[in-house]
Design a protein around this ligand. Structure first.
Ligand code: PLP
Length: 367
């Protein structure tokens, strides 16, 4: 028998979450053209698997990612709609792949413009010019934006490029600060220029659907996790797309003062039973999750004890005295335990935990 850990990915949860985001966007644009959705599937679809995401997001208008190999996998999996490369091309040779697989590319740097000048694609390439509106990660500064746009229009006139759109990325859509300053700069910089517009990640799609423009780019919400610290996935109507499950493979009875795990960081304050779960940091469970991080054993919520090991972690069986070896364990994504709660306890965000699930964890793709 293999180790009893497994990740369960729900196809229906992926498509349900896409519908939730789409409904928000549609309600805000009841009168005008509905906002199209690029389902963001970077980082192996936030750990859910590219092919599974292609199946779950069959109703999306497009798919967005960073990695050319992942884009090719989408085409191989039968996806024929638009694919956006969020970081664009990395070297001139990428242009051949872009042409062959009909990929849309972000253009965020002068080096990419230079590569496009050398390109002779068989069919014109669709591009989105990226504005750095304040995040200071990727994109042309407002001062350089219009000149870059003029260059793209000349490449369009020469037949190298097809569509020329505009995009930016919000850094504080999930906080009090919001998007107003970045939005104002985007509008000032792109004012009067033609072409489709793409602005909103999950947080902005859910909180500011009225600004969404032609294409939204939600990621995390589609996997059933919340982009917000102050609003849960459940409150947003989202369903977890991944459940990480395992079983107890051992139990111990501790006397007062007995320690648990490496470093003996947890000591029993009274006699107690503990369970040992087949899940460790080599499975992607965060090693920095402290004592008290929630875990569900046999349907009952309990807590992690001591340090997470490579292959195992320990849990308090006081609330589940009947639990024996073989008892089912949910690490996150089911039985009311969200990945966001576990992430918060571990001082990180759901994104990181989902992306980190290790290749050694067997995945079951379910309806
Ligand atoms: C990751 C990413 C997104 C999606 O962000 P979420 O917070 O997961 O919704 C959208 N746009 C860009 C450019 C990204 O890098």
């Amino acid at each position: 028998m293999p180790r009893p850990i497994s990740a369960h990915i729900s196809r229906s949860a992926l498509s349900h979450n896409l519908d939730v985001v789409r409904r928000r966007l549609r309600t805000a644009h009841a009168a005008g053209q509905p906002t199209k959705v690029w389902a963001v599937i970077k980082a192996n679809a936030y750990g859910h698997g590219i092919e599974r995401a292609v199946a779950g997001f069959a109703g999306a208008d497009g798919l967005a990612m960073l990695d050319l190999a992942e884009a090719v996998r989408c085409r191989d999996a039968g996806w024929s709609g638009p694919i956006l490369l969020l970081e664009g091309i990395f070297e001139p040779a990428d242009i051949d792949v872009v042409g062959q697989y009909r990929l849309t590319v972000a253009v965020h740097h002068a080096d990419q413009l230079a590569m496009l000048h050398q390109a002779r694609p068989a069919v014109p390439i669709d591009v989105f010019l990226k504005l750095n509106s304040g995040m200071n990660r990727l994109g042309f500064t407002p001062d350089a934006y219009r000149a870059a746009h003029r260059e793209l229009l000349s490449l369009q006139a020469a037949g190298t490029l097809g569509l020329v759109g505009h995009m930016t990325h919000f850094s504080t859509a999930d906080t009090e600060e919001g998007i107003a300053a970045q939005m104002a700069l985007f509008e000032r910089t792109t004012g009067g220029l033609a072409g489709p517009v793409s602005l909103c990640n999950s947080a902005a799609s859910l909180r500011y659907p009225e600004v969404a423009g032609d294409w939204a780019r939600p990621g995390i919400a589609l996997y059933g996790a919340s982009p917000f610290a102050d609003e849960s996935a459940q409150e947003l109507g989202l369903r977890p797309a991944m459940a990480l499950r395992s079983r107890l493979i051992g139990t111990q009875t501790l006397r007062t003062g007995d320690a648990v795990g490496y470093g003996g960081t947890y000591r029993a304050e009274a006699p107690m039973r503990i369970g040992v779960v087949a899940c460790g940091y080599a499975d992607g469970y965060p090693r920095h999750a402290p004592t008290g991080t929630p875990v569900v054993v046999a349907g009952t919520r309990t807590r992690l004890l001591g340090r997470v090991s490579m292959d195992m972690l320990a849990v308090d069986l006081s609330p589940v005295p009947q639990a024996q070896v073989g008892a089912p364990v949910t690490l996150w994504g089911d039985e009311g335990l969200s990945v966001d709660e576990v992430a918060t306890a571990a001082g990180t965000i759901g994104y990181e935990l989902l992306c980190a699930v290790a290749p050694r964890v067997p995945v079951r793709f379910e309806e």
